[in-house]
Design a protein around this ligand. Structure first.
Ligand SMILES: [Zn+2]
Length: 202
């Protein structure tokens, strides 16, 4: 059953919650493609504007065309708040990392084994090992799977190259078909997406 869409809190001052993002990544988590072509594509589509840090950019005028918000249009904060908070829509490019980086978040559910659908109830305890490259070994069928290949129901994602649309709530927005097509053309493989916690520091 689909999860209900998350709603933006009415007030950021009284509701303290984990910052989240929409992530996009090449389907092959182990591929380590160069990030240069990604930045060039995002510039061409006007998804990104001015750089505000290392591989971090203000949202461009095309951001709202290529990131499709569901339901009633939320009030999007596109400029950095004066308090220095990262709670505004902007874009970050991560990697390529030597090993796929798994990003989880407040809505991450127990992942399932792709072979037998068995659940990994203790995924939080295993996360550190998985992020060091250990495979996820299913207690039910014994199969061994990279953590990025488990079924996370789009509430976690693992890859060597990650495109992050920051300050998007889980389920709130998805990439446009056109953006997914252009990413596939650029990298010669499909891209997938998920929502997870904001990835602020490496
Ligand atoms: Zn299994």
């Amino acid at each position: 059953m689909p999860r209900p869409l998350s709603r933006r809190p009415r007030s950021y001052n009284i509701v303290r919650m984990e910052l989240t993002s929409l992530f996009l990544a090449p389907k092959d988590a182990r591929a380590r493609p160069d990030a240069t072509a990604l930045v060039e594509l995002l510039k061409e589509l006007d998804v990104i504007g001015q750089a505000i840090g290392t591989a971090t950019f203000l949202a461009g005028h095309g951001f709202a065309r290529h990131i499709v918000f569901a339901g009633c249009s939320p009030h999007l904060v596109m400029q950095p708040p004066t308090d220095g908070s990262p709670a505004f829509c902007h874009v970050a490019v991560h990697g390529p990392y030597p090993e796929p980086r798994l990003v989880t978040g407040p809505n991450t559910v127990k992942p399932r084994c792709p072979q037998c659908r068995g659940r990994f109830g203790d995924w939080r305890q295993r996360l550190e090992q998985w992020n060091h490259g250990d495979p996820a070994v299913c207690a039910q069928c014994g199969s061994s799977t990279p953590a990025s290949r488990l079924d996370w129901r789009q509430h976690a994602i693992g890859a060597s190259l990650l495109l992050e649309m920051r300050h998007v709530f889980p389920g709130e927005a998805s990439p446009s078909d056109h953006l997914l097509q252009r990413l596939e053309q650029t990298y010669g493989q499909p891209w997938r997406y998920a929502w997870a916690g904001m990835l602020l520091a490496d």
